[in-house]
Structure formats: structure tokens, C-alpha cells
Design a protein around this ligand. Structure first.
Ligand code: FES
Ligand code: FE2
Length: 387
């Protein structure tokens, strides 16, 4: 007898009813601390583009949750990262967000301990340190750092960090054909979202909300109007398998090539993209928990996430272009930035509603629908990461 299930075309949707993460994961301060410890301190996290530290002695400071980070270039232009804390009594070493060190050393502003740029303690201010005080016992606490294609990632475990692997999460593609190393930031913006950081990822991971929340985006990406993200999200997808209509196949509407107010490119298109990458119009790469990259034909958009509290998250967005495009007199990315701002504001409003609703103690957890299979993958990633 014929095996009917073998003939059924693969379909992305879930065929069971998983529970969401429990409410406490979104509101409890103790749980937030557990995620900072088990997730944010145990994964490589994106901080910034390498080009934002222009040369030797340039530094930047960041806070990741409660953890202060100091990033600098040493005399040899090598990137280094430390916890931004002095080994004496724990003062912050650099309080400015960025700048250039006045000398080849770090000087604590409290009692003037000084450190070499490789983190060695070189001098204390005590006139008669105890005989068994050994400066080599007090180097700065190191943070592991790596540069990948122009992006700086850190791992707070320092020497215990696993090697960085350019592996990506959820339904990521890759951006091998984009000249990521050569791009420069033409515009950036910071937004504070009134939600837990996981709510942002959940919102990003499904399109059930797209038809009602994102009319402009759903017009540009016709499959979103059907509340699907991918051709195979539709149980009946095989019936349309021969169609090239973007409402079935995904990709942008006819005549559109990029995410912008008019669907047009506003910089020369990248040369090495293949036909599928151009047709897709957007190519998503996720590095949990901190980063999303989206490759468009004319620019790359980066989102960096930073949890501030159980109910607040900072989103930092960068728009990257080729320097040659930025130098052109006609360079104007207003239609690109406006479109992204519009879609992000729509999502931010929904994320805030989601967070507010989760205050209700009656809501212990929710359920996922078949189309929310990427949300389910994300939840499993969270569950697996927590000790
Ligand atoms: S806390 Fe840094 S020198 Fe005292
Ligand atoms: Fe959305």
C-alpha cells in the first residue's frame, strides 16, 4: 500500500500546541538575572562595528545588562576588551562613552592605579605597598573579543569563552555575498522598547500580526499579507509550487527591489548577490541573543539588542552602505530610514502591548499556533540555555 505520509509535502507549521514561556520569564527580576547570567554572559554578543574605534588608543564603553565593558585599541591597534572596573576598590575606569586615551595607559580616576593597555597593573598610588603585594596578581578582568567581517563580538566569560563560530540561529541565511567588511555606517538610531528582550525576538519570528500591523510592509512583501513568512508556511503550498507570484513564493512585489518607502534601491546594488538573494529582497541573519543582520540589495541593516531590565530593552539600529555610495552627491537614504522606522514603530507598539498584558497574574502562559514555529524554536533555545 502507498505510504500517504511520504507523499505529503513538507510543511513548516507545528502540528501540536506548545505552551509559550511562562509569564515569569518576562516580568521577574530574579529570572532576568538568571538570563543575564546563563544567556547574555554565556554567548558571543555583538557590540559595535570595528571601524567605530578608529585607531590606536581609541576606546568605547558599553553596558550589557548591568555589566560595564571597556573596548579599546592598544598601541598596536589590536582590539582588547575588559570589564570596565578597577582591581583596587572597583571604580569604573572610563566613564566616557567613547574617546581617545591621552596616554598609552588606563588611569583609574579614583586613586590613580594605572594599567597598561594589555590590562597589566603597572602602578598603584600607595607609597608603601605591603611586601607581598604583587602587581601581577591584579590585571584587569579580561573579556574575550573577536572581529568577524567588521563586527566586534565579546564574550563575558573571558578566558573560558568558547571559540567564536560564525554560526547563526533560527531561520538564518548567510550574507557571504555581501561585502560586509567594506561597509560603513551611514545612519544609526537608538530606540527604547517597553518590553522584555525576548518579546522583540518573538515578534520578529512570526507574521500572524503582519496583515493588520504592517500594511505598508505587507504591500511590499505580498506573502506577509497572507500572514506567512515562507512559501512552506501554507499547508497548501504545493498547489502553488509552480507559481512565481511573490504572494506564494515570498520576495518583494513586482517592480520593488529593496525595503524603502518606494520599494526602490537608494544606492548602487551590491555586485556579487545571486538571483535568489536579489529576488528575496531581504535576507535575515540572526545571532542570538543580541543581533540581527538584514541584507538588502543596496544596504545592510543591523539591529543590536541590549536588555535594560525585565521590561525595557534598547535597540540600536545601523544602516550600512559602501563608502563609494555614501560619497555620491545624490546619496539620500531618507526613504530607507523612514520605511524601517515606520515598521519598527508598528512592532514596538505591539511589543509594548504584549509586555503590558503579561503583567496579568491570571496569565501563566500562552499557546502557539502552527505558524509560530520559529517562536517555538526560539523558546526551545531559551529553555536549553538556562541552567
Ligand atoms: S578604585 Fe581604582 S584606584 Fe582605587
Ligand atoms: Fe512585525
Amino acid at each position: 500500500m502507498e505510504n500517504l505520509s511520504a507523499l505529503k509535502p513538507p510543511y513548516n507549521g507545528l502540528n501540536f500546541v506548545p505552551e509559550t514561556l511562562p509569564r515569569g520569564f518576562y516580568v521577574d527580576a530574579a529570572h532576568f538575572e538568571a538570563e543575564m547570567r546563563d544567556i547574555w554572559c554565556r554567548n558571543w554578543v555583538y557590540l559595535c562595528r570595528a571601524e567605530t574605534l578608529e585607531g590606536p588608543l581609541h576606546f568605547r564603553t558599553f553596558e550589557l545588562g548591568t555589566q560595564p565593558i571597556l573596548l579599546l585599541r592598544d598601541e598596536q591597534n589590536e582590539l582588547r576588551a575588559f570589564y570596565n572596573v578597577c582591581r583596587h576598590r572597583g571604580s569604573v575606569l572610563c566613564s566616557e562613552p567613547s574617546g581617545r586615551l591621552p596616554a598609552k595607559m588606563l588611569l583609574c580616576p579614583y586613586h590613580n592605579w594605572s594599567y597598561a593597555l594589555d590590562g597589566r597593573l603597572t602602578k598603584t598610588s600607595s607609597k608603601y605597598p605591603a611586601a607581598d603585594f604583587n602587581k601581577s596578581d591584579y590585571p584587569l578582568h579580561g573579556i574575550a573579543i573577536t572581529e568577524w567581517r567588521g563586527f566586534v563580538f565579546v564574550h563575558l566569560a573571558g578566558e573560558d569563552a568558547p571559540a567564536f563560530k560564525p554560526e547563526f540561529d533560527l531561520d538564518s541565511v548567510n550574507l557571504d555575498h555581501w561585502p560586509l567588511e567594506s561597509l560603513k555606517c551611514a545612519h544609526s538610531s537608538t530606540k527604547i522598547l517597553d518590553c522584555n528582550w525576548k518579546i522583540f525576538w518573538e515578534n520578529f519570528s512570526e507574521c500572524l500580526h503582519c496583515p493588520s500591523a504592517h500594511p505598508e510592509l505587507s504591500d511590499l512583501v505580498p506573502i506577509y499579507k497572507r500572514a506567512y513568512q515562507d512559501e512552506r508556511d501554507d499547508p497548501q503550498w504545493a498547489e502553488h509550487a509552480q507559481s512565481s507570484d511573490p504572494k506564494y513564493k515570498g520576495g518583494l512585489k513586482p517592480g520593488a527591489v529593496s525595503w524603502s518607502m518606494d520599494g526602490q534601491a537608494h544606492a548602487p546594488q551590491f555586485e556579487n548577490l545571486n538571483e535568489a538573494e536579489r529576488r528575496a529582497g531581504h535576507n535575515f541573519v540572526i545571532k542570538l541573543p543580541s543581533m540581527m543582520m538584514v541584507g538588502h540589495v543596496d544596504y545592510v541593516r543591523i539591529l543590536r539588542m541590549r536588555p535594560l531590565s525585565p521590561t525595557k530593552t534598547e535597540l540600536y539600529v545601523e544602516w550600512l552602505f559602501l563608502p563609494s555610495a555614501m560619497a555620491a552627491p545624490e546619496f539620500d537614504i531618507t526613504p530607507i530610514v523612514d520605511f524601517v522606522d515606520l515598521v519598527m514603530a508598528q512592532d514596538a507598539a505591539l511589543c509594548a502591548l504584549n509586555q503590558k498584558g503579561l503583567s496579568a497574574s491570571a496569565h501563566e502562559s500562552g499557546v502557539l499556533m502552527p505558524e509560530e514555529y520559529v517562536v517555538h524554536d526560539f523558546h526551545n533555545w531559551i529553555r536549553g540555555a538556562l541552567k
